[in-house]
Design a protein around this ligand. Structure first.
Ligand SMILES: Nc1ncnc2c1ncn2[C@@H]1O[C@H](COP(=O)(O)OP(=O)(O)OP(=O)(O)O)[C@@H](O)[C@H]1O
Ligand SMILES: [Mg+2]
Length: 261
């Protein structure tokens, strides 16, 4: 069994800032229970990364951490095993997951969810969508491409400074359009919180709840997300019509077969 401090936040600098150290201690306790530490060490043994470096974000369902691998970085998403409720997940997603996983116990559900995010990221890569490259997963831990630079993680679109909203709109149409038309997936929770802004372009993240574009709910989900995004881009100073946006990403092809008849 690896010692937590050897693989998670092992850098000596952490002792320089006592308050930060306390925060990290809390995160260690919250996310890296015994089973999760074993999963982390398994991924380290596979050569996925050398150590977990620092937290990028910690939410109710999981945390995202930067990891180091030689001179490079990785992003490591850890779904909480303890205290996860899936309360924030849409019921359709949990339903689908239960079918997919045939998982009877709760841990199994979380592992299936982690695998699902990995699989969907793969499909997005195959379709040429800008999303993190998935590198591997084990149990409740997913390793993917780190979106950002040595200075830090890329900001969420919500927090980014967008100087060309018209170009942003074109970029969103291209990436969401690829997701819908080529990957045949609807994200299901697309918002400026789940899109990163990196090197002037968008990167779609947080994809575990995505559904196939012929899913009964797919159209309604896409409509909702497009309406919100149309408002967001319009607020940035580039007026966007939601119906036009919806058509531009191939929205009319989304929905169960024969639904239009
Ligand atoms: N590959 C990545 N590279 C860099 N940063 C990332 C990456 N993936 C996620 N992040 C950061 O972590 C945050 C949370 O990731 P994500 O949206 O996938 O998880 P979540 O389950 O929705 O967590 P939360 O509830 O905090 O939103 C993102 O908003 C982003 O800032
Ligand atoms: Mg998110």
């Amino acid at each position: 069994m690896p010692k937590a401090e050897d693989v998670v936040f092992p850098r000596r600098e952490r002792f320089e800032d006592r308050r930060k150290e306390g925060d990290q201690r809390k995160l260690l306790d919250q996310f890296f229970d015994h089973a999760t530490l074993l999963a982390v060490s398994r991924l380290i043994n596979q050569g996925q990364f050398d150590a977990i470096d620092y937290p990028i974000s910690s939410g109710k369902e999981g945390g995202v951490f930067r990891a180091v691998k030689g001179p490079e970085f990785r992003a490591v998403k850890v779904y909480r095993i303890a205290n996860t409720t899936f309360r924030n997940l849409p019921p359709y997603a949990v339903e689908e997951l239960r079918r997919e996983a045939s998982a009877r116990n709760f841990g199994g559900l979380i592992f299936a969810w982690t695998r699902r995010e990995h699989t969907i990221l793969h499909r997005l890569q195959d379709a040429g969508v800008r999303a993190p490259v998935p590198f591997g997963h084990f149990r409740n831990v997913l390793v993917m491409e780190f979106i950002g630079s040595a200075e830090g993680a890329a900001p969420r679109l919500r927090d980014a400074l967008v100087d060309d909203p018209a170009a942003l709109y074109e970029d969103l149409v291209r990436e969401i359009g690829r997701m819908v038309r080529t990957a045949k997936l609807v994200h299901g929770d697309l918002s400026p919180y789940n899109v990163l802004h990196f090197e002037g372009r968008v990167v779609l993240i947080d994809v575990a709840q995505a559904v196939a574009s012929d899913h009964p709910q797919a159209r309604a989900l896409l409509e909702r997300d497009i309406v919100n995004f149309a408002r967001f881009v319009s607020h940035l100073g580039h007026p966007v019509d939601a119906d036009e946006f919806f058509r531009a990403v191939g929205g009319e092809t989304v929905g169960p077969p024969n639904a239009a008849e």
